[in-house]
Structure formats: C-alpha cells, structure tokens
Design a protein around this ligand. Sequence first.
Ligand SMILES: [Zn+2]
Length: 159
Amino acid sequence: MAEASENRMVDIARDVDLGNSAHKFSYSFKLLNLRMTEPWTFRKKFSTGCESGPSSWSCEMVFHKVEDNGKVSFPVTIKRTDSGSNGLDVVVNPQIRDDFGRNLSERWVLQGGSILGGDAITRILEADFSNTEEGFCLILEFQVQIFIFVSSCHSPSTV
Ligand SMILES: [Zn+2]
C-alpha cells in the first residue's frame, strides 16, 4: 500500500560511483509538494561492496509538506547496518531545489566519523522556504538529489 503511493509520487534514480577514495551513491527524484497529504519517507539500503572493508547502510529522510509560512524540517538518519568493527566516515548531502531551480539546502550536511557497525546518526535539517523576494511561499515541486559518500574503508592514503 505504501509502495504504491510512493511510486506515484517519485521515480528514484540511483547512481553509484566506486571511486578511488570513497564510495559515492546518489539518488535523485522529484517530489510534488502540493500532493503531499502526509509525510513521505525516502528510505534506501545500499552496500559498498568494498574489497577491503565492505559495509552496508540505510538512509532515511522524511519529507513534510511545506506550508504557506515556508517553515519545515526534514529529519535525516544514516545507519550502518553491518556489524563491522572498522570505523568508517560517512557524509550525507541532500540537495533540494524548488520550482525555479533555487538551491534550498546549501548548508545541509550530515557527517559522521569512525562509524562502527550498528551506529546511526540523525540530524534534523531545518529550512525556511518562504519566498523573500515575492513575499509568499509557493512550492509546487521539489527536485531532490541525495549524495552519500562512504570512505576510510580502503586506500587510506588517498582519502
Ligand atoms: Zn571502500
């Protein structure tokens, strides 16, 4: 039931780049603000498949409808779901743009160091989407990109 409504609202594209110094994952999708009658949760699980120190993760971000006053908060949680005892670094960088292409999330970063298996980090990203130029808030659609970087599991000299 939840799956069906999620699929109507968003089409999530995933991109994985296994670089030399970090494992990079990115997800992009559009979210129709006006159709949100209840919070919608972005929820993804992924694994690095690293040859030196594999790790598995889950990421959740809860999107609320932006009301007319423009204020909203989006809780983000990143959790390491394997049981590894090697400390890893992780960065979650959500980029949200409005209908006009403006970046509404320039300073939003969730960052953790020496993350062990089972550890989780949560941060509430707060935003004010009120349109200061025109004096009103009208968000029809979010363009969301979520970038996740996992590092320190291999080639430490290049990190
Ligand atoms: Zn690695």
